[in-house]
Every structure is written in C-alpha cells, then in structure tokens.
Design a protein around this ligand. Sequence first.
Ligand code: URA
Length: 198
Amino acid sequence: MDGLEVTGCTRCGDLVESRSQIVNGAGPEDADLLFVGEGPGATEDREGEPFVGRSGSVLDDHLRDVGLLREDVRITNCVRCRPPENRDPKKAELANCRGYLETEIVRLDPEVIVTLGKVPSEHLLERSVAVTKEAGTVEDARIGDTARRVLICLHPAATLYDRSQTDTFAETLETAAELAGLDGGGEGSGQARLDGFD
Ligand code: URA
C-alpha cells in the first residue's frame, strides 16, 4: 500500500473476480470526519469512488443539511472491492482489508469515525451491534493501538427502505458534525441564525 491508495491487491479470490477495480477512500487526508461503509456496490465499482450511487446521494443530501459538503469529509469502506451480488463481506475478507483501513485511520487521525451500518459498526467495535437501536451513540474503540471515537450510524440505504429511519440518520449526522466541531454554518444551526443579525 502506498499510503492511502491500495493498488493491485489480490488477497481475496472472490473479490478479485467480482471487482472491476479497487475502490479507495475519497476526501481530504486531514478530514475530521471519517465515514466508513461496508464495501463498494455496483456504481462504486464502476466509478471507482465510495458512496456515489443511491446511498451516496442520501449521504450527500444529509451532509448538506448539516452544513457539510462531501468534499469536507473522508469516505471509505471496510472492504475496497465489490463483493459478488452485493453480499456482505466475509470475515476473512474484512480481515484481509483491515490493515488498509487502519492505515487510513492512522493517517487521517479523525475526530470521529462514523460507521454506516451494521458491518462497519461491528467490524470496528468488535461486538454485535443493533444498529437501529444504537444509532447516534458514541463509543470509544481501540483500533490498532489507539482509542478512537466511533459514532454508530444507520446505513444511508436504510432510509430508502424505511422512511422512519430518515430522522435518525439526520440526527446522527448532526451529532457527527457537532462532535467534529464542524457544526458552525449549517442551515438551522445557531450560528446561521446569529449570522442573520450581523
Ligand atoms: N454502500 C457501502 O457500504 N459502501 C459504498 O461505497 C456504497 C454503498
């Protein structure tokens, strides 16, 4: 691995067959917020960037609602190659890709890691997670040899299947922005209201 970019990895036989390219993380290398998804889907596999399909649009919209742009945050996945038929990554595949994710976390040293869905939440917290119940909660996790702040979040796709999850997703992104100290300028934020009086 050359820093943050993985090239030519062939550790996972199934994934090497199913991918058309390796999808590395995207966004600033000093971002305060790191979003971690499960693995690339069809659109990500085609375009070579995480969260650029329907789930990505949901994420972008909710980021905008809390005053952030996709370009302000870093987005990556537990595994960097598309699993066949969008199945969950297997334990061995998660383990094979773990070092790349840990390197990315060390390089970024983010204020908060936001886990998008069950797979990344369980992968980084190393316990079973009831995401729907636990979304919005923050927990310290030892990742590599450092304690990191992890914020459990629903997968953005959950809001597409179940509209009642939209509020939870929105609230969790608000928490993420607050924890990272990035909540100054969002629509509806106190700062935006105060700015109106300048
Ligand atoms: N879902 C994920 O978990 N990751 C992506 O990159 C896209 C969809």
